[in-house]
Write a protein that binds this ligand. Structure first.
Ligand code: ATP
Length: 306
């Protein structure tokens, strides 16, 4: 299949740190694929490996079966926004893009096209150093689009964008995917991907945790029910419900109970004459499912011996 990104047992070690650990996944064209993981889980490293900016310690990653390094004029094949701040502040956006176009044999007319696309036409003659973070993100997106590439990588592209900018980027990603392009977008927040991605690749400590459609992920998340319970005596109710086999989380007296249905909770409470002030069955959110899935890896990442 065309324009597929394929990682096969991809591994990157920096000294003692195993940043990417035998990662295998496929990113397909025509869809937006969210690349999710907590901070430090190896997303940026993976994107750099795709772009050939780093060399894998083991394994491989290819686009259309070819390593990026072995591809001439790569910018016309894979466009990327890695770090929006990583541009020469003294230049204007117009000069920055013009230099890149020249170096990659991209027609100069593309510069004005992409500036218009990202809404920077009026700011094109201003120096990048004076840009807001949101404007830098827009410039980074323009840079990625410059070569009109079929494969696009974006590292945390929503950072620094205001709500209107976020809406615009989402629309852009959807359109790029509709045009048949491969769109791979990293984020550490499920809430950013929930309304953007069709597919998900989830990693923690450099390892693959899940690779499936957002729909399947959501299906699993929302079938997990929990019950919110409020009582004047949370400690007593927690003891009672835990003894009955439930898992109970106490947040300032509001208990979140899993493993027991609302009916059973109320019966147990009544048996002990414990008053219940609130009892609500909730479906799990995607954010909760994501946090639960990656919880182990977050703890692990804070240890020094990664
Ligand atoms: N050049 C490097 N040298 C040494 N260690 C590195 C290097 N690049 C990344 N790491 C380490 O590899 C791990 C993965 O980092 P990476 O930046 O890929 O994660 P991430 O998921 O993109 O996180 P974030 O969202 O915080 O950028 C981290 O522990 C990081 O400290």
């Amino acid at each position: 299949m065309w324009h597929m990104i394929e990682a096969n047992e991809l591994t990157k070690r920096y000294g003692k740190t195993l940043a990417v650990d035998r990662l295998s996944f496929t990113v397909r064209p025509g869809r937006v694929t969210g690349f999710l993981g907590p901070n430090g889980s190896g997303k940026s490293t993976t994107l750099r490996l795709i772009l050939g900016l780093h060399t894998p310690t083991a394994g491989a990653v290819t686009v259309d079966g070819i390593r990026f390094r072995d591809r001439p004029r790569g910018l016309r094949h894979v466009g990327a926004l890695l770090d929006a701040g990583d541009v020469h502040g003294g230049r204007t956006a117009g000069a920055h893009l013009t230099a890149l176009a020249r170096g990659n044999r991209i027609p100069k007319s593309r510069v004005d096209e992409v500036l218009a696309e990202v809404g920077l036409t009026d700011a094109a003659r201003r120096r990048i150093g004076g840009y807001s973070l949101g404007m830098k993100q827009r410039l980074g997106i323009a840079t990625a689009l410059l070569g009109d590439p079929p494969v696009l990588l974006f590292d945390e592209p929503l950072n620094g964008l205001d709500p209107e900018g976020v809406k615009w980027v989402r629309g852009l990603f959807r359109r790029l995917a509709r045009e048949g392009r491969t769109v791979f977008v990293s984020s550490h927040l499920m809430s950013e991907m929930e309304h953007t991605a069709d597919e998900l690749v989830v990693i923690g400590r450099g390892e693959l945790i899940a690779a499936e459609s957002l729909k399947d992920f959501a299906g699993r998340a929302t079938t997990r029910l929990s019950v919110a319970v409020r009582t004047p005596d949370p400690a007593a109710l927690t003891t009672l419900l835990t003894a009955a086999g439930a898992a109970v989380r106490d947040e300032d007296g509001l208990l979140t109970v899993t493993g027991l249905a609302a009916e059973r909770i109320s019966e147990l409470a009544m048996g002990r004459q414990l008053p219940i002030h609130e009892l609500t069955t909730r479906t799990g959110s995607l954010e909760e499912a994501f946090m639960e899935l990656t919880a182990g890896s977050v703890e692990y990442a804070t240890e020094e011996t990664r």
